[in-house]
Design a protein. Sequence first.
Length: 255
Amino acid sequence: MPIHLFSFRNAILPFILSSLLLVPVISTAANNPPDFSGAWTTYRGNPGAAGGPSRFMGGELKLVPAAEKARQDFISVTEGTNHGAGNSCVGGGMPGSMLGSGGYPMEILQRPEQLFVIYEAHNEIRRFYIDDEAQNPDDFFTERNGYSVAHWEGDRLIVETSRLKTQVDSRYPHSNQATIREEYYFDESLTNGTRVLAADMTMVDPLWLEEPLVTTKRWQELSDYHVLTYECTEPVWLDEMEVLYEEAGLEMIQE
C-alpha cells in the first residue's frame, strides 16, 4: 500500500506544480488588458492594395412598419431643406457616432476604470465605465449616446449601452428601448505595422427593429495625431452678431 501511495504522489505532483505556475500568468493577463489609447481613422487596408475595404461590414436595418413611418415622416419634413441634426450642430448619437467615425478621426484615452472615446466630429464624447466604476444606468437621463458600462473578457472590451433617446434624425433610427453591445479588440495589423482596432456591434430594439442590427467597424491608427476642436456653433453666433451690429450701425470687430 505505501508503494501505491508514493506512486500516486509522484504522478500528481507535476500537475499541482504546473497549475500553481499558471496562476500568476492568468492573473497578469487579467490585470494588463490591451491599451486602445491613440488616434484612429477610417480603415483603408494595406498601402497599395487595390479596392480598399468599406468603413464597416454587414448590417442591414430592418424597421417595423411603425418605425418606418416615423422615419418617413422625418424625411418628409426635412427633405429639400437645410434642416438636419448635423446642420444644427447636434452630434450623431449611437450607433451613428461610432459607425460614422473615421473620416473625422476619433481618439481613445484609456484608464483602468474608464475609457474615453472622443469623436472629432461635433466634439462628441463617450465614456465607458469599467467594472466597479459603472453605476446603475437607470439613475441617469437618456442621451443620444446613452450610458455605457464595460468589462474585460480576456483581450476584448465588452461595452453595453442603454438609456438611449428615440432618434429619427439618424442613419440608424431607433427607439428609446434600444440597447447596443460593442466588442472592441485588436485585429490583424497592416503590413507596415499599423495597428488595427475593430468593434463588433449588435443593436437590439424590441420596438423598432424586426431583427438585431449586426455589423463590424474597423479603424487604423494615426501616428502623432490628436483630435482637433470641432466648433460648429460659433459661425451661427457670428452671423447673429453681424446682424445685430448692422442694425445698430456699428462696426463688428470680432472675427
